[in-house]
Design a binder for this molecule. Sequence first.
Ligand code: SAH
Ligand code: SF4
Ligand code: F3S
Length: 436
Amino acid sequence: MKKAYIETYGCQMNVNDTEVIFAILEKAGYVRTEVMQEANLIMANTCSIRDNAEQRIWGRLEVFAQERKARPDTLVGIVGCMAERLKDKLLDTGKVDLVVGPDAYRSLPRLIAAITPDNPQIDVLLSRDETYADITPVRTDKNGISAFISIMRGCNNVCSYCVVPYTRGAERSRDAHSIVREACDVYQRGYKEVTLLGQNVDSYLWKSADECVNFAGLLARVAAIAPDLRVRFATSHPKDISDEVIETMAAYPNICKHIHLPVQSGSSRMLEKMRRKYDREWYLERVAKIRSIIPDCGLTTDVIAGFCSETEEDHKDTLSLMEEVGFDWAFMFAYSERPGTLAQRNYPDDVSPAEKNRRLNEIIALQNRKSLERYRAQIGKKLEVLVEGPSKRDPEQLCGRASNNMMCVFPALDRKPGTYATVEVVDSTSATLICK
Ligand code: SAH
Ligand code: SF4
Ligand code: F3S
């Protein structure tokens, strides 16, 4: 039996892709291992979103190369977004036997069989229709409670800073029935939570001869599987999130009340330049709508500091938007120019690294303060949590998320992972609710 070892970088979609890859590799006679030193095939499923994501992978490639030197029969593969972006450049290093893009995983068995020391293999063709709908992923999560399900691939937006449309290709939605089947299947195997994944889930649209399913319709179908199966989703796009989606969330208690709604900037001038297709007012209106229909909805975001030509005033607009909305949590990044994107071709990357960092640090400091505020506002509330397992800090305690996605820790008593518990919030940090 041959063994495959895969390290996964980047977004949750990559986590799910790795699970699809394991399913495909099984057909080529591989089983999964978590120990690199015993693997016959070592791979990294990679991310190109920012330069530092790629730098990390170059570092890992050196480690893989050492391993291949020590055990010359070992194959090394780079798959995913960086494979798609850099193509032959990865083969030119002489350290890689296999380069496969996100839409070509079905060809892995054939490619692997064709590898010889002088013949590394590459397939980086993008597809208009590949969704791996018929492949049952080999779950790699640790606890058997929460599963990721990809509902679409690619992206049809052209946010000017973003490399994803180039590495993942055009948007396509997966057959709704195959999604519901996969969710039923994981539920029957004991899972209690599914997260539906896409770069822009609100534009999900699947049509057959007699059916047309949008994202709200899909959410309702998955939520109807079982009342004790929690449904989460990511990522929502502010320009596309519809009232129907928000109302569907409100209608089903098992659809978790959390929306990840990346804003990127609080300046309408920057948003236009980023080609986000909404402005500050539109974003604030969507937030108001969400909160009017689901008052206690968890809200998180992504922010980019120091995009091309960003002024101090634009930056202050971002701070004031974050102040006004009060996100529970945010992923915050300094702008990283990506080769081939609209921004790289059209706008100078003219905010200095020091200035980007200063702005990013202000954004982070503000968000930390807001997070603490938002978490402290939960004190005294009773929340239902899905028990995930022992808390990292204290094994006497359990942890689990509330519907709004906040992490809770609470005394273990006799509670078991995979069950629901009602807890009362007694204290908090800026990232954890302390409960009884
Ligand atoms: N599809 C999602 C985001 C996917 S990428 C959306 O549209 O919101 C995840 C996050 O990475 C983005 O929200 C953005 O904040 C960040 N990001 C993307 N490209 C970046 C770049 N070139 N530099 C810095 N951050 C970037
Ligand atoms: Fe990138 Fe924009 Fe697509 Fe998100 S919506 S993946 S930021 S192009
Ligand atoms: Fe990275 Fe590709 Fe996801 S660039 S964020 S792994 S879609």
